[in-house]
Design a protein around this ligand. Structure first.
Ligand code: ADP
Ligand code: ZN
Length: 818
């Protein structure tokens, strides 16, 4: 009976692979990392299944077992396998999403010549052997793959495949002409360790005796004598004691140097700005908060799978509800997972949990350095943590027994990963809770239609917080009809009269203002008045945005940038004009109009560097900034009590997008940003500038009427058969030829239509973003009630067409139709 394991390897679209476990290796457990041969490489994989299959023969053996104990808990391995099935991606890609940073080590076999090999060169070896030996004669170790290319180049043709070269090298190694080694790139352990020097008894004796010591050696020993806990080697170096001295002293036994693991501190890179001074435990809940907590207390402690939608208006205190429920969960010896869209933008949530649970809180998000994230991950894995606050990928956090998962701002699109595995963390959270018997709380002021529909049908429990805390009123929202503004003051108006007056008043009263425009840059496009063409990205089918401070026209999809031309690249016409505007222009307008105001801008251009967003928000929170202009980043769950005015420069930016969720996103963004106003003592006000004051998304956002919006939006989805009424699976064929991608997408459509099925197939059509990063994109859409059937049909259509499959992006429950 041979011992066999199924291994997930992080290679796109690759199935599970089976390997034999050699006699001299322990049988690796599920969740343990192993090194396995894959083609000419050796890669890290993760064991997902153990089998003892007598029928299996001739399997390749494992190279090594990296973890005696599982790296991933078996439960997380199972969850990842579910993700790979549901989202139709390779199991290794899903496992990789659950792994901490630095878990993968790779290694490539390398060949090096021996003395016998050098000698053999003089003895007329065969032609192939001679070629290899000549390539290695300089003594460097060469990766086998590189050697293969060099051999092929020498011979002018690639007669010998990789397999042939491997056999040849194997034979040469047996004859002692070369050595083959597999050095690891990366290390199996990525803990940060530091070398610490300590004085030994012998060292103390040396000091007392003193005669045989050099100056530096004496200094080192004296230093260590005064510091019994030890001094790190880098610290010794900083004090002028060279490594050589340390080595000598170690050699003579005067001191020892040992490696010690230290933890990288995630809090040091984080500004934990908060305006919340009450510690929370002494705080009296509002009646509605209390009702919600009471309703869910049983589920939070019981271990019965429950999903609840916490529909609470902005400023109703949803975080406090999660926190109370987390207490209940912890009391029953289970852990809580709090998911947030973007930690950098809402540090207050972390702070709130740190206040309540102290050091037993860990954070997991991409803003941390890999090292800090790795260390935090292992704290969770070791069971040292009761609460994890994190972004999307934290849904895989290796907690031993999750009892509560809160998904804050559950409607937020950033929960969906836009690269493989294309999972939605909210939906993975629900699946994880189901498997563990846990409570999921989905919180939002503007729930996704998907979640609200389940709450309305009774599948999820619905809890409502209709009032803000401390009886604070919701902001008053006024619509500014820009058609009238343009008629009265011309088409160049950025800030309307009513909004300008409101800003004036706030600046006089020393209150704060948030200004939203969901488009970055200075001008939306540059166009030629002579030939009418706009400046386009050479790689993508979009126009370039003008960024004034950089003097560049940039593509927001692929990053292409060029200096703004002085004349039209098409017709050489000299009259280039800018049309539309972005946050950079709004900032300039405000600075020009209120030169004394302190103005800052928050968008992806101003906060590229790690920690920059948190620092900027902290400046705003501290009152060092009067007006903060930005993209949707300013609308996230911030809680700034001194903001009493929110201005929306154009509510229409997202409405023109060819996406059935355009109306929903506009409603959510406007409701959320308006909700940033009036969260303190002074009531808030918002001004929404629009050319479509009658659009239902805008009207209902302004009256903050979720129910009527939901009804109207659902009517549209039902009529057009869009989610949540049906499920969608999208497939985009990418390629360098437009005709070919359309043809291939058409073939897939035809194939799918020939088979009986319960779903509809739409397409092929050029995707709304018809070209991206130099590749054409042809799209087909599957619409139906049964995701499994659609997914399997699509995979069946691609079966046996590996090359095409690599160019097809399958997106189950897509968030964007682009
Ligand atoms: P939401 O996420 O619902 O918009 P938050 O959770 O940010 O609201 O809470 C808004 C503010 O109200 C925060 O400053 C929070 O500390 C405070 N808060 C929450 N609950 C209470 C309460 N029961 N009494 C007083 N203040 C509260
Ligand atoms: Zn581009």
């Amino acid at each position: 009976m041979s011992r066999v394991v199924s291994v997930a390897v992080p290679v796109p679209a690759l199935d599970l692979l089976s390997y034999a476990v050699p006699e001299d290796l322990p049988l690796p457990q599920i969740g343990a990392r192993v090194l396995v041969p894959l083609g000419t490489r050796v890669v890290t994989g993760c064991v997902v299944r153990q089998t003892a299959d007598p029928a299996v023969t001739r399997l390749k053996p494992l190279v090594d077992v990296l973890d005696p104990e599982p790296m991933l808990p078996a439960e997380v391995v199972d969850l990842a396998l579910w993700v790979s099935e549901y989202y139709a991606c390779g199991p290794g890609e899903a496992i990789a999403a659950a792994m901490p940073p630095r878990a993968w080590v790779v290694s490539e076999p390398q060949a090096r010549i021996t003395d016998a090999g050098r000698a053999a060169l003089g003895e007329q070896p065969g032609a192939s052997r001679r070629t290899v030996l000549e390539l290695l004669v300089d003594g460097t170790a060469r990766p086998v793959a590189q050697l293969g290319r060099l051999v092929a180049a020498r011979r002018g043709r690639s007669r010998r495949g990789a397999g042939g070269l491997h056999a040849l090298l194997g034979a040469m190694a047996r004859d002692g002409l070369v050595t083959l080694a597999q050095p690891l790139r990366g290390t199996a352990s990525a803990f940060k360790s530091i070398r610490v020097a300590r004085l030994t008894a012998h060292g103390r004796a040396l000091l007392e005796d003193g005669t045989s010591l050099g100056v530096r050696q004496r200094e080192a020993l004296e230093l260590l004598q005064g510091t019994p806990a030890g001094v790190t080697v880098p610290a010794l170096t900083r004090r002028g004691i060279p490594g050589e001295t340390v080595r000598r002293l170690v050699a003579c036994g005067g001191l020892t140097v040992s490696r010690e693991v230290i933890e990288r501190d995630p809090w040091s890179t984080e500004t934990l700005a908060t305006t919340d001074t009450q510690s929370g435990s002494d705080r009296v809940l509002t009646a509605e908060q209390q009702t919600a907590v009471d309703a869910l207390t049983e589920a939070a402690g019981s271990g019965r799978f429950t999903v609840a939608l916490l529909h609470g208006v902005t400023g109703s205190g949803k975080t406090e509800v999660y926190r109370r429920l987390a207490k209940v969960t912890l009391a029953s010896k289970r852990q809580a997972l709090i998911l947030v869209p973007e930690i950098a933008l809402t540090p207050a949530v972390v702070t709130s949990f740190r206040q309540a649970f102290g050091a037993r809180v860990a954070v997991q998000h991409s803003g941390l350095s890999d090292g800090a994230r790795h260390d935090q991950w292992h704290r969770i894995r070791r069971g040292e943590v009761d609460v994890v606050v994190g972004t999307r990928s934290a849904v895989f956090a290796p907690l031993p027994s999750v009892g509560l998962i809160a998904v804050d701002e559950e409607h937020d699109a950033s929960y969906k990963q836009e690269e493989s595995p294309r999972y939605h963390a909210r939906d993975v959270a629900i699946m994880r809770a189901k498997r563990n018997g846990a409570l999921v709380v989905l919180g939002s002021a503007t729930p996704s239609l998907e979640s609200y529909r389940h709450a309305a049908s009774g599948r999820y429990r619905r809890l409502t917080l209709s009032q803000r805390v401390k009886c604070r009123p919701l902001p008053t929202v006024r619509i500014v009809d820009m058609r009238e503004e343009f008629a009265a003051h011309g088409p160049d108006v950025v800030i309307s009269r009513p909004l300008a007056e409101a800003i004036d008043a706030r600046l006089t009263r020393r209150e704060q203002v948030l200004v939203l425009l969901n488009r970055r840059g200075f001008a939306a496009a540059v166009f030629c008045r002579e030939c009418g063409r706009t400046l386009e990205c050479p790689n993508c089918s979009v126009s370039l945005t003008f960024h004034r401070s950089a003097g560049q026209a940039r593509c927001h999809y692929c990053g292409y940038a060029r200096a703004r031309p002085v004349s039209c690249p098409e017709c050489a016409g000299p009259y280039l004009e800018q049309i539309g505007f972005g946050t950079e222009r709004v900032e300039a307008e405000i600075v020009g109009r209120w030169p004394d105001a302190r103005v800052a801008r928050l968008d992806r251009d101003t906060v590229r560097r790690k920690g920059a967003a948190a620092r900027l928000l902290e400046r705003f929170a501290s009152g060092a900034v009067d007006v903060l202009v930005g993209t949707q980043m300013v609308a996230k769950g911030h809680d700034f009590p001194r903001v009493t005015l929110v201005g929306v420069i154009s509510a229409d930016v997202g409405l023109g997008v060819a996406d059935f969720r355009a109306g929903e996103r506009t409603f959510q963004l406007l409701t959320q940003v308006a909700g940033r106003a009036g969260r303190g003592e002074v009531p808030g006000e918002a001004f929404v500038q629009t050319l479509y004051p009658d659009h239902y998304s805008i009207r209902y956002a302004c009256s903050q009427a979720y129910g009527p919006f939901y009804d109207e939006e659902m009517r549209f989805r039902r009529a057009m058969r869009y989610p949540p009424v049906v499920s969608l699976v999208s497939a985009v064929v990418r390629g360098t030829s437009f005709t070919q991608t359309m043809q291939e997408a058409g073939d897939l459509v035809a194939w799918l239509r020939r088979r009986p099925s319960r779903f509809r197939v739409l397409g092929p059509a050029p995707a709304p973003l018809g070209r991206l990063r130099g590749q054409y994109r042809a799209q087909l859409l599957l619409k139906g009630q049964h995701r499994r059937e659609m997914r399997e049909a699509l995979l069946a259509a691609l079966d046996g067409r590996a090359e095409l499959k690599r160019r097809v992006v399958i997106d189950v429950d897509p968030m964007w139709m682009l």
